[in-house]
Design a protein around this ligand. Structure first.
Ligand SMILES: Nc1ncnc2c1ncn2[C@@H]1O[C@H](COP(=O)(O)OP(=O)(O)O)[C@@H](O)[C@H]1O
Ligand SMILES: [Mg+2]
Length: 398
């Protein structure tokens, strides 16, 4: 059986709206990668990552989801590409198995290869000899079609793929960088063949920097910190932090003032506190504030409250669905975590205050909530991932 996938050239990593030339009135963007004037600061992170890539350093970037990993790496890739470095970007989020991994990575290699359509077709033959590429026309553009023999063993495909970026770098006498976004997904594959082969192939690639990014911090730690796993000690750890509050405030003030909206020091402080300086929730709240304050031209305390109400009621059906999917014990634990900042969750006091029962049953509930990405570890304690869900719980269930 043949497997077909389409690859538009030259579509690379996702592009933010501004990069595509689309005009956006509201300058606060969330739910997609941000670039250009929608991107705040991260100057030091960009500089450090560019240096790492130039040095062929492998880097492991992790943070909770929506902290800005993808936006950051896209900015970095744009910069290093301009310096002549070959860039490959593979988003492994949809990679549910090895077959899907091959499809995604083959696309990433194809899209990242430099050159015109015909020369890329020739190079695919050279780098991925077991993949059959074809150029096809549709109404809008020229596309690639990649075919694999699905009935055959996947291993030779994997072997070809894992050396493709290195071959391209050698051939063009350039450095290369390969990004695996949401890399932790490989932990769900049927076996560890890819993990093992990646490690042994990549360590010989001096002119290629591999960047492994992940949002599920506990899984990323398991992959890279467990001495029994192939990727143990295989790169520089780069835990991405939230954006510096001073920069975030300046960023928002600039954008508000460009729309004729002003905010007092106290109000900006309140926006930062309400969103805990989380880039995604900060943008979300500012986005609604921008709409609400169009007429008045000034942000007041009650506007912030109104924006928050709007956002929470907009999301409430999702929150109800999340809530309905939880057990009684998990719900009690979520209420408890929403009530206190960095509690000692296994202490008798905490367990007693919220009638949580034994610490072993809480351990189980925590594990399940972390697997579902509702809770994560922070500061030696546990926190609810979605800040607005936390607020919804406090309003609804306390
Ligand atoms: N540097 C930044 N400047 C402004 N907003 C940002 C920045 N990084 C992230 N964001 C906000 O966070 C959201 C999620 O960013 P994204 O890059 O997709 O995060 P991740 O890849 O970590 O999940 C964006 O849609 C944007 O609203
Ligand atoms: Mg991402």
């Amino acid at each position: 059986m043949l497997f077909v996938c389409f690859v538009d050239k030259p579509r690379g990593p996702p592009k933010a709206p501004e990069a595509t030339g689309e005009f956006m009135k509201n300058p606060f963007v969330y739910g997609e990668t941000v670039s250009g004037r929608h991107f705040c600061n991260r100057v030091n992170e960009v500089r450090e990552l560019i240096r790492d890539i130039e040095n062929g350093q492998n880097v492991i970037i992790y943070s909770p989801r929506r902290y800005g990993k993808t936006s950051l790496i896209i900015r970095v890739l744009e910069r290093v590409k301009r310096k002549g470095i070959l860039t490959f970007y593979a988003d492994l989020y949809p990679a549910i198995n090895k077959e899907k991994f091959i499809e995604i990575y083959a696309k990433a290699i194809t899209v990242g290869l430099p050159g015109k359509m015909t020369s890329v077709l020739r190079k695919i033959n050279e780098y991925l000899p077991r993949v059959i590429p074809k150029a096809v026309m549709n109404e809008r553009s020229m596309q690639f079609e990649l075919e694999f023999d699905r009935s055959a063993d996947f291993s030779p495909h994997i072997d070809d793929l894992l050396v493709a970026a290195k071959k391209a770098a050698d051939r063009h006498k350039k450095e290369a960088v390969v990004v695996f976004d949401e890399f932790q997904e490989i932990a769900n594959f049927e076996d560890d063949e890819i993990e093992r082969k990646m490690r042994s192939a990549f360590q010989a690639h001096r002119n290629v920097s591999y960047i492994f990014m992940g949002s599920k911090t506990h899984l990323m730690r398991e992959i890279f910190n467990n001495p029994n796993r192939p990727f143990y000690k295989s790169g520089k750890h780069f835990p991405l932090q939230k954006i510096d509050p001073t920069e975030l405030r300046k960023f928002a003030e600039d954008r508000f003032s460009s729309g004729g909206i002003s905010a007092g020091k106290g109000e900006m402080e309140e926006v930062l506190n309400t969103t805990e300086c989380h880039p995604y929730y900060f943008q979300m709240l500012c986005n609604v504030l921008w709409e609400i304050c169009q007429d008045s031209g000034v942000i007041l305390h009650h506007d912030i409250q109104e924006s928050l109400d709007t956002l929470i009621s907009r999301e409430s059906s999702t929150y109800v669905a999340v809530w309905e999917g939880l057990t009684e014990k998990q719900r009690s634990l979520m209420v408890a975590l929403a009530s206190e900042k960095y509690p000692a969750v296994f202490s008798a006091g905490f367990l007693g205050r919220y009638s949580l029962g034994s610490s072993s049953s809480i351990q189980k509930a925590l594990k399940r909530l972390m697997e579902r990405d509702q809770v994560r570890q922070e500061n030696g304690s546990y926190v609810i991932v979605d800040i607005f869900l936390k607020k919804w719980i406090n309003r609804t269930w306390r």
